[in-house]
Write a protein that binds this ligand. Structure first.
Ligand code: NIG
Ligand code: FE
Length: 425
């Protein structure tokens, strides 16, 4: 069905981020937002057809204006819909009692090693049926949308048995099909060593590589393969094996690296040619340089550092070393129970030393690169998907300056207005 064209005009700033679709932005290019003042977008059938000044596009499309829906973005900033490249979206339950334990002195790893943490969410997720998982997760997606997010990555990993991993990935697929937000799937069977394999973690690794990975690939359940490479979880050797075998099945490697302790996860990401290495709080300079050389994206998760009460990754230094940086919520029930992408953007400035311009790049085009989608989303360019966020601020710096606030006014997904005046429509 032919849809009415959509014309967005008079944006105080139209942030296009053009020119970074082939390669993620690094160094100074992370501050190049390619802003058009009094900017406009012409959208048809979900696609960006033209970009320019309002005057320009009004002249160019004047014969079609009367059949178009028009949005006046006076006093507002128009930017690409936000991309969240690292979430554990599909899970059951909450873990506030562990938060309380951590505030009383327990550490994240102590809780996990005592059978809580990831294991606690795993038990609940194993017990939940598909409908329960779907209805809990779609509520989170609704909230993400109200914060301006139009594409999200979602990992499995609260099953660590085939039945539950499969259930999580199926639910993620159903969510993708039934919600405006696009959901990109990652298999993360190696999220922890399940209790049943505590005495023989290598046997679990065998299960992942011989049984789970082939099934994920055969049923096209995921594009990416992630592993928690951390002392006491999976060693660099086990992680390498899981990621390399995944590659033979066409699954692109990702890695939870150097989150709690330095463990050469960044080095491993470079070695296996991962698309991204995420967390990196304790990554070595050598590892960061190796990643930069290979073009591996560093996905930084400032909410996780905040919630685990640890020092955030040194994003400033990473950008200065040439690493392409993206940021994400890491939405999960243990270390980052939030959907507030705007707050994550604020924290990237306040705790990681990124500038407001770098933060925009990190949550749009570089985030799109981190999930292999930069050819279709992450910037406002002709031919790309019309995924657009209209924020109630008159310049992009205010997005980071008013911290802890949600400035989302309008969200357009695939050319359709799905949030208007901050409310779902
Ligand atoms: O990215 N670090 C490992 N995995 C998640 C946390 C999962 C959980 O605690 O439930 C993370 O922080
Ligand atoms: Fe994570």
């Amino acid at each position: 069905m032919q849809r009415r064209p959509l014309f967005i005009e008079n944006a105080d700033q139209l942030i296009t981020l053009q020119g970074h679709s082939d390669r993620p932005a690094t160094h100074k290019a992370m501050s190049e937002l390619s802003i058009i003042e009094k900017g406009a977008l012409w959208i048809e059938n979900g696609e960006i057809i033209a970009i320019g000044t309002s005057e320009d596009l009004r002249t160019r499309y004047h014969s079609k204006l009367e059949i178009a829906d028009v949005i006046d973005a006076t006093g507002k900033v128009v930017l690409p819909g936000l991309v969240d490249p690292h979430t554990h979206l599909v899970f059951k339950g909450t873990r506030e009692e562990e938060f309380n334990m951590r505030l009383n002195g327990a550490t994240y790893m102590e809780i996990m090693n005592a059978g809580g943490g990831i294991h606690s969410t795993t038990s609940k997720t194993r017990e939940a049926n598909e409908e329960e998982l779907f209805s809990e997760s779609i509520k989170r997606l609704d909230k993400f949308l109200l914060h301006g997010v139009t594409t999200i990555e979602a990992k499995s990993g609260y099953g660590m048995d085939w039945e539950t991993e499969y259930k999580q990935l199926k639910v993620a697929k159903q969510l993708d099909e039934s919600h405006p937000i696009d959901v990109v799937r990652t298999f993360m069977g190696a999220h922890a060593v399940p209790k049943e394999y505590k005495e023989n973690p290598d046997a679990f690794v065998e299960l992942v590589i011989h049984e789970m990975l082939p099934k994920v690939a055969k049923e096209k359940l995921a594009e990416f393969n992630d592993v928690f490479c951390e002392r006491g979880v999976f060693t660099p050797e086990q992680s390498r094996l899981i990621l390399e075998v995944g590659k033979t099945f066409g699954l692109i490697p990702k890695i939870h690296a150097d989150e709690i302790e330095p463990y050469e996860g960044a080095e491993l990401a470079a070695e296996v040619g991962a698309i991204s290495a995420d967390h990196l709080l304790k990554a070595s300079e050598k590892g960061i340089k190796a990643m930069a050389e290979k073009g591996v994206i560093g996905v930084l998760l400032p909410g996780t550092a905040l919630f685990l009460m640890t020092e955030a990754a040194n994003g400033r230094k990473m950008i200065d070393l040439g690493l392409p940086v993206a940021i994400s919520t890491d939405c999960n029930p243990g270390s980052s129970p939030t959907v507030s992408t705007p707050l994550i953007m604020n924290l990237a400035c306040l705790h990681m030393g990124l500038t407001p311009a770098e933060v925009i790049t990190a949550s749009t085009i570089n985030a799109a690169h981190a999930i292999n989608r930069a050819h279709e989303i992450g910037s406002l360019e002709t031919g790309k998907k019309a995924d657009v966020l209209i924020a109630n601020v008159s310049n992009y710096m205010q997005l980071q300056y008013h911290f802890g606030m949600n400035h989302t006014d309008t969200v357009i997904k695939n050319g359709m207005v799905v949030v208007k005046g901050g409310v779902r429509c």
